[in-house]
Each structure stands twice: as C-alpha cells, then as structure tokens.
Ligand binder design. Structure first.
Ligand SMILES: C[S@@+](CC[C@H](N)C(=O)[O-])C[C@H]1O[C@@H](n2cnc3c(N)ncnc32)[C@H](O)[C@@H]1O
Length: 224
C-alpha cells in the first residue's frame, strides 16, 4: 500500500492538530482527484441510498457527512434529493466542498469536541474512523449514535488491513510527504468493535480501488 511509519516518537496527544494541518495542506490535491472519486463512489452511494430509502420513510432524507473533505459525496447525495450537511475541521477542505456541493450546509469543527443540536437519517463517514487512535474510537461512535435518528443508519468505510496497528503514517498517495495519524483496521476487528458499541450490521462489503492499490471495507450499521 506504500505507507510507512513516519515518526514513532510523535505523541498521540497531538494527533488532531497534526491531522488538521495535513488535511488543510491536501485540500487542493483532493480537489484534483474529485472527478475520479465521483466515479469510484457511485456504487457506494447507490448501495447506501437504496437501503436508506427502504428503512427511513421521512422525506427529504437528511444526511451528515462527517469528515466530508472535498464534498464529492455531499454533491452525490444532494443530487439524489437529500438535504446535506458537511462537517470537517479543515477550512480549506470546506472551501473545496462549497465549490463542489454549493447547496450543502457546511460546518467547521472538530468531531471530538463538537456539540450537536440536530439529528440525521444517515451519518456518513467515509475514510474517517481510521484517523483516530483506538482509545478515542468509542467516543466517535457514541457521538455518531447520538446524532443519528432512531430509524437511521451510520455508514463507515476504511481500508482493509492485514494487521491491526496505528501511528503516524506518511501519505504517499499525495504530493508533499505529509504525515497523519492513522489506524489500520482488520475486517474482523472493525466488525467486532462496532458490535461492542451496541450497533447492528445492516450491510457490509469490500471493494478494490486499483488506481490507488487500496482495498476498502464498507459497513452500514444501525442502533436499532
Ligand atoms: C481521509 S479524508 C476523507 C474525505 C472524504 N470523506 C472522502 O472519503 O474522500 C478525512 C477528512 O476528515 C477530516 N477530519 C479528520 N479528523 C477530523 C476531526 N477530528 N473533525 C472533523 N474533521 C476531521 C479531514 O480534514 C479530512 O477532510
């Protein structure tokens, strides 16, 4: 996968500010790859949308994209008729998201610290959970549970790892050799963790992204 441990001496305490700096610097490159992501994500969004339309009767559907990055998925769900909100701690990413998905409400903040006063039919979190150390993941999942409606769904995706570990990793699939905190989740481990958090698996699949030599694991869960 071309990723290597960057600086084992860096403290986990600093991971939020290090990740924020890294994603702020990568926003332009996310914009450059947005067309490719539109294409790659069609089957993902279609699959989630079909299930969501089946289990939730309310219309229009309201979707929160946590760590929305460039906003490609916001645009896709908006085009399907959803009311969309994007949440990200990087102002530069949110500026790209505004260009790509101008009808979405965009909120800047740190998910670990944010107070929510709204509820959503879908909490969508693609390539997000793996940016947190294991000890903070229960807090992330419990926050997601608290903002999803009773009949709603949570979607999570991360790459499929052969072994479970975490640390600062250089992002070699982008220019600049920037590092960010990253956890590698094996398939069984992610599932087990979500079950322990009181969630029920409603859908799961794996797909390859050949251009970036990644295999993704996707999970749709609910609290009902
Ligand atoms: C790997 S990118 C994924 C972007 C998009 N979801 C996708 O799949 O292409 C992760 C995004 O999460 C944001 N992010 C990471 N940690 C965050 C946090 N604690 N609070 C809010 N946003 C965060 C980053 O700024 C970045 O835009």
């Amino acid at each position: 996968m071309g990723e290597e441990l960057a600086a084992p001496s860096l403290s986990t305490d600093d991971y939020l500010s290090i990740n924020q700096r890294t994603y702020e610097a990568l926003a332009d490159q996310y914009y450059e790859r947005s067309s490719q992501d539109f294409h790659n994500d069609i089957p993902i969004v279609d699959r989630i949308w079909s299930l969501l339309e089946t289990v939730v009767e309310r219309r229009p559907l309201e979707i929160l994209d946590v760590g929305c990055g460039h906003g490609v998925n916001l645009k896709m769900f908006s085009d399907l008729g959803a009311i969309t909100t994007g949440f990200d701690f990087s102002p530069a990413m949110l500026s790209v998201a505004h260009t790509i998905s101008p009808s979405s409400l965009l909120v800047q903040g740190d998910f670990m610290a944010h107070d929510w006063d709204a509820k959503y039919d879908l909490v969508f979190a693609k390539a997000f959970l793996h940016l947190f150390p294991f000890h903070d993941c229960p807090k992330i999942i419990q926050s997601m549970k608290s903002i999803v409606r009773d009949d709603g769904l949570i979607y999570l995706a991360t790459t499929l790892a052969a072994t479970s570990d975490e640390g600062y990793i250089v992002k070699h699939d982008y220019r600049g050799n920037l590092s960010r905190f990253r956890r590698n989740w094996t398939q069984g481990e992610l599932k087990q963790f979500l079950l322990e958090q009181g969630l029920v698996i409603r859908g799961e699949w794996i797909n390859d992204e050949p251009l970036r030599e990644k295999t993704w694991q996707h999970v749709i869960v609910s609290a009902w």
